[in-house]
Structure formats: structure tokens, C-alpha cells
Write a protein that binds this ligand. Structure first.
Ligand code: HEC
Ligand code: HEC
Length: 267
């Protein structure tokens, strides 16, 4: 009898602990546009110097390319930001938990499909802009309506992270967007390599093909090299759209997914 009672007292706190750790695993800020916006503000204050304004990296790794850092679960990401990476330049962030979750949600939004972390803003106003004044639908279709020159954006939020959507509009030729600079290289041997130009010097060019394989080609072996021109996306949205209009457009685009968006459960 006595033994039993002890056991019961031992088990209870254990169960309680397990429950608490289950709670920690899910980021309460994920998918919450306001929290992600707050996380971005924090990121701009404490992380930008090493990871770059768009997460493209510098002293720290590029946080937009999945291969540049570990695929971390919510909780591990939280701990990395909280504690830093000992023995490296990555410092601990001394912030309250709520702030850390917001920052983790923002970092996650750099690689997660936009539909998982839709932008704050007025999506209906964004749609009006898309179909009206901003002229996006001259070139892009959504749900079967719009032009054909640019890619169909009906499912864009399921395949691109938020940061990519933003960059597509503001800086269509940005370096973060290798897919915009197509290249066809014909070698003297007759071999043809098609893909996207990654690094180019006077002596060599690195081409990534549609399978993702990298080919380092010596210019001495190249017979002909055709770089496709700029992205046909207009270059002046950066100046033409007000910050509010951009937010609204992103709110609209970040909800375009064939599978409907399911809001995370409210806690
Ligand atoms: C002084 C430079 C510096 C600052 C400031 C900094 N980082 Fe880092 N960060 C690094 C370096 C360096 C690494 C790579 C560590 C390693 O080698 O694993 C890193 C790695 C990371 C990783 C990937 C960890 C992994 O396991 O792959 C994340 C996520 C990250 N940083 C987020 C942040 C966030 C969020 C902030 C702001 C709170 C921040 N960093 C501030 C330098 C920095
Ligand atoms: C003159 C035609 C044209 C207009 C106008 C235009 N785009 Fe584009 N857009 C394109 C083309 C072509 C591409 C594909 C090449 C590229 O990725 O740059 C593209 C690419 C994109 C992408 C990236 C698609 C992907 O697969 O990642 C997004 C997002 C986008 N446009 C959004 C917009 C928005 C929002 C507007 C209006 C504010 C707009 N575009 C206006 C032609 C246009």
C-alpha cells in the first residue's frame, strides 16, 4: 500500500512535466501574422547584422536556404535562438519567451510556404490592387482569371515562402532568385548544359540544372553562352507601391493555395 502511494506521487509530477514539454514544442506564434511581424522587428534589431536584412546570410548562414542550416523542430529552433550555438559566433538572445517564439516564427517564415504564415494586411484590398491598379493580373492568373505571360499564382503560397514573394515584387532580379536568370551553355564538345547561372567569373561559370545538380564549367571549354534577359516583371513596384499596398498584396498572395488554409488552433 505504502509503495503504491509513493508511486502515485512520483508519477503525477512526471506526467505534468511531459504535458508542459508538449506545449513547448508547438510555436504559439506560428501562422499568426501579427506575431511574425513582431518577430521580424526583433530580428531586424538583433539578428540582421549576421544573417542579413532578408535572411540571406553574411557572418551567419543564409536562413532562407534550407540546406544552409539544420532542419530544426519548433522547440529546437526556439532553443537555438535562446541559447545561441556555443563555440560559434551565434550569440544567445536574452529575451522573454513570447518574443523568442515570435522570432522563431519569423525565422520559420523565411523557408515555410507562405500559406503557413500569411502576411498581416488586408487581403481583399490586395486582391483589388492585383486585379486593378497594380496590373499584376495582366500577366498572372489566379483561379483562372488573368494573363498568361507570368506564372499562374493560384498555388503560389503553397510553394514559396513569404520572403520570396516579397522579393519577387520588390526586386525581381535579386540575387536570391537564381531561377530568374536562365542560361544555356554550349560546350566546344557539343554538350549543352541548361539551367540557372549561379556564380560567374571570367574563367568559369557554375550552372545549376533543373534537377538541382551543379556544373562547374571552364569558360575555355565554352563555345556559346546565352543568358536570358531580365525578369519580365516590372522593376518599379518598389517605388510605385506604398508600404501599405505592398502589405495588402502580400496578404492576398500569401493566401493563394489550392489546399485551403487552416488556421492554427487558438490557444
Ligand atoms: C554575431 C553574429 C550572429 C548574430 C547576431 C546572430 N547569429 Fe544566428 N548564427 C550565427 C552563426 C555564425 C551561425 C552558425 C552556427 C554554426 O556554425 O552552427 C548561426 C546560426 C543560426 C541558426 C541556425 C542554427 C542551426 O542549428 O543550423 C539560426 C536559426 C539562427 N542563427 C538564428 C538567429 C537569430 C534569430 C538571431 C537573432 C536573435 C541570430 N541568429 C543572431 C551568427 C549570428
Ligand atoms: C509584365 C508582366 C508582369 C506583371 C505586370 C507582373 N508580373 Fe509577376 N512575373 C512575371 C513573369 C514573367 C514572372 C516569371 C519570371 C520571374 O520569376 O521573374 C513573374 C514572377 C512573379 C512571381 C514569382 C513567381 C514564382 O514562381 O516564384 C510573383 C510572386 C509575382 N510575379 C507577383 C507579381 C505581382 C504581385 C505583380 C503585381 C504587383 C506582378 N507579379 C506583376 C510577369 C509579370
Amino acid at each position: 500500500m505504502r509503495f503504491r502511494r509513493v508511486l502515485c506521487c512520483l508519477v503525477l509530477p512526471l506526467a505534468a512535466q511531459q504535458d508542459a514539454s508538449k506545449d513547448v514544442k508547438k510555436n504559439p506564434a506560428m501562422g499568426n501574422p501579427q506575431a511574425i511581424a513582431a518577430g521580424k522587428t526583433l530580428y531586424m534589431a538583433s539578428c540582421v547584422a549576421c544573417h542579413g536584412p532578408n535572411g540571406q546570410g553574411g557572418r551567419g548562414p543564409n536562413l532562407r536556404q534550407r540546406i544552409a542550416w539544420h532542419p530544426l523542430e519548433d522547440e529546437a529552433l526556439f532553443k537555438t535562438i535562446q541559447k545561441g550555438v556555443p563555440g560559434t559566433d551565434m550569440p544567445p538572445a536574452n529575451l522573454p519567451e513570447e518574443r523568442l517564439w515570435q522570432m522563431a516564427a519569423f525565422v520559420r517564415s523565411l523557408t515555410a510556404p507562405a500559406i503557413e504564415s500569411p502576411a498581416a494586411g488586408d487581403a481583399a484590398a490586395g486582391e483589388a490592387l492585383f486585379r486593378g491598379k497594380a496590373g499584376c493580373s495582366h500577366c498572372h492568373r489566379i483561379q483562372g482569371v488573368g494573363g498568361m505571360l507570368g506564372p499562374d499564382l493560384t498555388n503560389i503560397a503553397a510553394i514559396r515562402p513569404m520572403a520570396d514573394l516579397r522579393e519577387s515584387i520588390l526586386d525581381p532580379d535579386a540575387d536570391g532568385f537564381p531561377r530568374h536568370k536562365g542560361v544555356t551553355v554550349t560546350l566546344k564538345s557539343g554538350r549543352v548544359v541548361k539551367g540557372v547561372a549561379r556564380n560567374r567569373t571570367n574563367y568559369s561559370i557554375q550552372v545549376q540544372d533543373a534537377q538541382g545538380d551543379l556544373h562547374l564549367l571552364r569558360m575555355a571549354d565554352v563555345k556559346e553562352l546565352t543568358l536570358s534577359g531580365h525578369s519580365p516583371m516590372p522593376r518599379d513596384y518598389k517605388d510605385k507601391l506604398s508600404p501599405e499596398e505592398l502589405d495588402n498584396l502580400l496578404a492576398y498572395l500569401s493566401r493563394q493555395s489550392i489546399r485551403p488554409y487552416e488556421a492554427p488552433e487558438k490557444k
